[in-house]
Design a protein around this ligand. Sequence first.
Ligand code: WT7
Length: 678
Amino acid sequence: MSAKESMEVSEAQIAVHWQEEDYYHPSTEFIAQANMTDASIYDRFSLDNFPECFKEYADLLDWYEYWHTTLDTSDAPCFKWFVGGKLNASYNCIDRHLAKNRNKTALLYLPEPEDEAHQPITYQELWVRVNETAAMLRDTCGVKQGDRVTIHMPMVPELAVTMLACARLGAIHSVVFGGFSGKACGERISDSGSKVLVTMDAYYRSGKLLEHKDKADEAVQVAADEGQEVEKVLVWQRYPGKYSAATPLVEGRDYLASDLVKEYAGQRVEPVRVPAEDPLFLMYTSGTTGRPKGCQHGTGGYLAYVTATSKYVQDIHPEDVYWCMADIGWITGHSYIVYGPLSLGATSVIFEGVPTYPDAGRPWRIAERLGVNIFHTAPTTVRMLRKAGPDEPAKYTFHFKHMTTVGEPIEPEVWKWYYHVVGKGEAAIVDTWWQTETGGFLCSTMPALQPMKPGSAGPGMPGIHPVIFDEDGEEVAKGAGIAGNICIRNPWPGQFQTIWGDRDRYVSTYYAKYNKNPKSTDWRDWPYFPGDASVEAPDGYFRILGRVDDVINVAGHRLGTKEIESACLLVPEVAEAAVVPVADEVKGKVPDIYVSLKPGYESIGGEVERKVSDAISDSIGKIAKPKHVYVVTDMPKTRSGKIMRRVLSAISNGKDVGDVTTLANPDIVDEVRKLVQG
Ligand code: WT7
């Protein structure tokens, strides 16, 4: 594919384009209390001081044994951080706070029904629950160091407890977003080789108690079909003592965790002292082709990086009430609900429900009731709340000192509503650019050190040195305002270690493009390529334009177009499917689906369209639900038979399709355009 063509099919092309905005400055009150007010941090973390500078982050943790090598590049680009060190993540997130803050709230759980009281869980209580759960996992399920445990749960405290219990045992958790289907969960179980699945009977969503256990049965079946046997399924209960699912338990396989854990009352499990580079967890994310990738994150580097960025970018102090409204089933929740905030001894809110139920005032009632002062969410949620209740925040008495956006570019207009109406003009905002793979933030302003600029993520974080390359590997001049592929010049402690079980895919996806010597063990030869297009302004702020590959960012999360297309092909009538991102007012991007049918079939009364939409929800989850499904007589194709998604994307987004005369079937373009645009 030529450079021009690959840029043309990219999402960046159809991303919103806006002008550089004016700066907004943090208040003097904010700066006076901020954790990081020393601008020399950027000098301390300059490339000259790399990699030793990251000692400063590692020293935020408690180590059983201190490391001897900050960065080991011998197996580049699988980098190892803090080698020789030993630690335990659950010890760092819980035990070390007990001496001073035993009865301070660690997790503040808020059920969706408003008549159910919020439940503060102190560090002491968290310690008790994590110990007992670890004992249950060890003794009932045989979980030991290095084993993988798949966790498919909604937003309840037992999710964080189970993760931390795995970490205590040195086991690797693999949390699958609760909204994903049983099938998606089963594929991840099989890829990770988990013998244990931890799930929940039911949870609330938009006022309904939804069955969840049925997904476990499907997941176990899907995994078994792929050759992976799940031996034990632990089922937490939404209401302990009362089973809220219709699906029966399978004898000898399924256990009610909420009951079983009582048998472990009073048991304590010594945290396993794991080497710094032992994996802490897997988090699956979508790629361009094939199956989701299990991003493997290490223990020492990851925990050091999320602790430091939580402290300096989120500005979390132990006395803060911090609410990140992401789901723990995504990387944001791992890094910035569980590991970062708890490592700092903060109070972290876990909210079960959806932000607009029963009305768009709910988040602000929660903030008022719990005294939240740091708030973290995605642009899609900000757009949704702005649309559903633009005047709601003003009705409640809450004050945020700090707010975050994450996951996708935020339009300046939406940013300004967030700033003035939600933040009441008092809160510092950070727009954090990063990915599942990167563990923590890559670009963001440091809230007390730089002004905010709506629509721009900001400069590279301390110790993160971004560069923009063109398609040929030439550096785009710094601050030139020319779009290209953003890369990070250097490794950093938060980055993933590899793709679980697929080192080749790790190297080819993230490094091969800009690596000139595949044998090199010098980190300078391995710029990290995240797959985003970006432009750097003269002030060094990076604006992220979107993905350069066939990955659709829906509501701040990546979905692989190939995964969606294969779901469409499950419908017997469908011959070919093409998925393109279409701009959506609230979700940012959503999939538009084009399908052509096998000879002799037609769609009567929209039946095929419905089946396609259902197939996508069933095999991936509702998050992938398409905006439209179009049944077309043929796809626009090149002479070599390749579907021209670029043309379909232009039609879906009401853009010019460009020159289509070289297509094998140029006439189809008009036909499809009429179907879509009327
Ligand atoms: C992709 C990563 C970051 C955790 C949640 C999503 C896009 C992320 C921003 C931002 C513009 C952003 C990128 C990135 N993205 N943050 N602040 N501004 N774009 O994690 O599912 O791994 O998706 O989300 O395209 O590559 P993810």
